[in-house]
Ligand binder design. Structure first.
Ligand code: MG
Length: 229
């Protein structure tokens, strides 16, 4: 799938690569789920079937769960980087910024975690990685001046700024690249702040990527929850 940018973008097209996700990157969300603050980022991946990319998306409610939850997150699009990316000066491997939903079957995830099993299917089902268009790196504010908000049916549910993250993009990218070679088109979900919660069929989610001032909106992203087909 070709990944799309908002506004002027003069780089070559980006085919989507691996969908990397970081968990536990905001202290208040870790407390919310009763987890420990990690020493290193917690990383998992989503399969290709998870990806839905656009400005107006739909998310199907899987029949395997009674607790589909939203996790609003900032998403980085990578230019590449390969292995052993240094922890500083990695900004030039970021091609763009977007927002996304790491959709989660929370009941299934908890069940898998309690049995010590991989949680893949609880976070890797069709449509579980909802990704907006991207703002090109060149025309975006610096990473530490970004934020996002998430509304469900018009109610504000999550709002965060990047300076509340435990791990910076440089740290996440560098850490990941010690184990996985990063390539053009790879994406990185950067974790969710406090406020995650359940979704129902018919819910309309709006996410806004903005600066640290929520009224300075850079990008809108819409997802509607529908029945599994
Ligand atoms: Mg997440």
């Amino acid at each position: 799938m070709e990944l799309l940018f908002e506004g002027d973008h003069h780089d070559h097209p980006y085919e989507h690569g691996t969908i990397f996700c970081v968990g536990r990157n905001y202290v208040e969300h870790i407390q919310e789920l009763g987890n420990e603050v990690p020493k290193d980022p917690v990383v998992f991946v989503k399969p290709d079937c998870a990806l839905r990319h656009g400005s107006y998306n739909i998310a199907e409610y899987p029949p395997q769960t009674e607790a589909l939850e939203f996790e609003g997150e900032l998403v980085l699009l990578l230019r590449g980087g390969g292995r052993n990316v240094p922890a500083f000066g990695t900004a030039d491997i970021i091609a763009g910024y977007g927002v996304g939903l790491d959709l989660t079957m929370r009941d299934k995830q908890n069940e898998f975690k309690s049995k010590g099993l991989p949680w893949t299917l609880s976070k890797g089902f069709d449509g579980s990685a909802q990704v907006s268009h991207f703002i090109p790196f060149e025309s975006a504010p610096p990473f530490d001046e970004l934020g996002f908000s998430l509304f469900i049916n018009g109610d504000l549910r999550q709002r965060a700024t990047t300076n509340q993250m435990i791990f910076s993009p440089e740290m996440m990218v560098s850490y990941l690249s010690r184990t996985c070679s990063l390539k053009r088109g790879d994406m990185l979900f950067t974790g969710t702040p406090k406020g995650t919660g359940p979704l129902g069929i018919g819910d309309k989610i709006v996410m806004q990527l903005h600066t640290t001032n929520p009224s300075e909106v850079l990008l809108d992203f819409h997802v509607e929850v529908i029945e599994w087909r």
